[in-house]
Design a protein around this ligand. Structure first.
Ligand SMILES: Nc1ncnc2c1ncn2[C@@H]1O[C@H](COP(=O)(O)OP(=O)(O)OP(=O)(O)O)[C@@H](O)[C@H]1O
Length: 463
């Protein structure tokens, strides 16, 4: 495997699928974009070695994508692929810096030659250019796949705070939204890449062990403490400690954590020695800490200490634009890990995925795809392999019902009516609409009534 990543930009799904499978067979990692905008987002967020670009795009002319990309990512070679090989487009592409121009329909040997030549002659930048006030892109932030406008301020704030390791960061969001991923990105972007990142799940460790897990203990501190043991705070020295599920930390330990944050020192269990703290603290929780304070479950003084730089990651259902990119990223990883072609998700499969609410957020999406990737053959993943659809979760049931309601497909309803003028009436139009809906719903009157947003009794009078 060469492991080089090639972005294919084409609005034609058939070409995308063909190129995806072929590139995969040749040992490359394919990434796909159907629009110019998707391509620019992927270029900004992923490491890409080469781009294969169609010139005719629905939202943005391929030449414009080429021009914008050359300005921002001048080191990435482009191969232009087009059915419109006029002299003007060839010259225009080459003038905008394309490494090669191949006309459709193309010959696969020519394409492979062109890819190899372009990759061999590419210019690899020596260092990232740094714009004033903007931290250099970190590999970790590049791992965060997102194009949702709701994530833009989230990522921007995370980047900004990454340069200030003394500032405690509080990450809020439902389980599985990517709080740990963001904490790691902040850690790495702050130049801490080669330093320890220690994540402690405050909810997963029994209360009586948590203190010694965090602060460590000395020999004889309690029954069974037969030697000194370093805690997580010591392991995180010089790096970052992520206190995950901080809302579940027992109250007695919250006092001790407050002291750590205020005095930047801690005392191992059974010791009198004060150890100086030298790490970035990131806390994360799926709870609303304000509410926990009101309920007396979280100390308000600790809340004010940890809530200095709050960042809330929106749930996946509020940023569904991210789903196709996340799906492609997880499938690319699975392709590599499993050595399967995995040519993508079928159109109906993607409709189901986009219609579902994802209560388990990105983690649930990732797990569903992993299961689907195991059971699918060499075809695109159909809805039947998407495990979440058969789950007992009410949202899944709602989605299934919605799909059943639309007759299992998302085709638009069409109502054609041809009647002589003497029979044409409101009653005739209504009757036709009722018949059409019943047929679409396999004569299920309740479903048909829900679809028409009316009462099922309207069908009783129908002839
Ligand atoms: N934007 C993203 N891009 C790529 N992968 C992501 C993204 N967000 C989340 N993931 C993946 O989803 C999974 C869950 O992410 P993570 O553990 O960071 O969530 P979390 O909010 O910390 O969850 P919890 O509250 O349960 O600890 C991980 O496998 C992570 O790699």
């Amino acid at each position: 495997m060469s492991n080089e990543t090639i972005l294919v930009v084409d609005d034609d799904r058939v070409t995308l699928s063909l190129l995806q499978a072929t590139l995969y067979d040749w040992g490359f990692i394919p990434l796909l974009a159907e629009t110019g905008m998707q391509a620019l987002n992927l270029l900004a967020e992923s490491h890409i070695d080469l781009v294969i670009l169609d010139l005719m795009m629905p939202d943005m002319d391929g030449m414009e994508v080429l021009a914008q990309t050359r300005r921002l990512f001048s080191h990435i070679p482009f191969i232009v692929l087009s059915a419109h090989s006029s002299a003007k487009s060839v010259v225009g592409s080459l003038r905008h810096g394309a490494a090669d121009f191949i006309s459709k329909p193309f010959n696969y040997t020519d394409l492979l030659d062109s890819i190899n030549t372009s990759l061999a002659s590419r210019h690899v930048p020596e260092a990232h250019s740094v714009q004033a006030g903007v931290p250099p892109p970190s590999s970790s932030f590049q791992q965060i796949v997102s194009k949702s406008p709701k994530m833009t301020p989230v990522l921007q704030m995370a980047r900004q705070v990454s340069s200030y390791p003394q500032t405690t960061v509080a990450l809020y969001g439902e389980s599985g939204v990517g709080k740990e991923v963001l904490a790691r990105a902040i850690h790495a972007a702050g130049g801490f890449d080669d330093r320890p990142f220690v994540a402690v799940n405050c909810a997963g460790i029994p209360t009586n062990l948590l203190e010694s897990e965090l602060f460590g203990h000395v020999r004889g501190a309690f029954t069974g403490a037969d030697r000194d043991r370093e805690g997580m705070f010591c392991l995180a020295k010089g790096g970052t400690i992520l206190l995950d599920e901080i809302g579940d930390m027992p109250l007695e330990l919250q006092v001790k954590l407050l002291r750590v944050i205020e005095s930047r020192t801690y005392v191992p269990v059974g010791s009198t020695r004060h150890v100086k703290v030298d790490f970035r603290i990131v806390v994360a929780t799926h709870h609303n800490l304000n509410q926990l304070v009101d309920q007396g479950k979280f100390r308000s003084d600790l809340f004010h200490r940890v809530n200095i730089f709050p960042i809330t990651i929106p749930p996946l259902r509020e940023r569904k634009e991210d789903i196709p990119m996340l799906v492609e990223m997880f499938l690319s990883r699975l392709r590599m890990e499993m050595g399967k072609p995995l040519p993508g998700i079928s159109k109906r499969g993607m409709d189901y995925i986009l219609g579902y609410d994802w209560p388990g957020n990105v983690r649930e999406l990732k797990n569903s795809l992993e299961r689907a990737a195991i059971v699918v053959g060499n075809e695109q993943i159909p809805p039947s392999h998407l495990e979440f659809l058969s789950s007992a979760h009410p949202t899944a049931r709602r989605e299934q019902k919605k799909m059943r309601l639309s007759g299992g497909n998302d085709q638009p309803f069409e109502l054609h009516l041809t009647l002589p003028p003497e029979d044409f009436s409101l009653k005739a139009i209504i009757s036709k609409a009722l018949h059409l809906t019943l047929t679409r719903c396999n004569n299920n009157k309740s479903l048909a009534a829900q679809l028409l947003k009316t009462d099922r009794r309207v069908f009783y009078r129908l002839k």
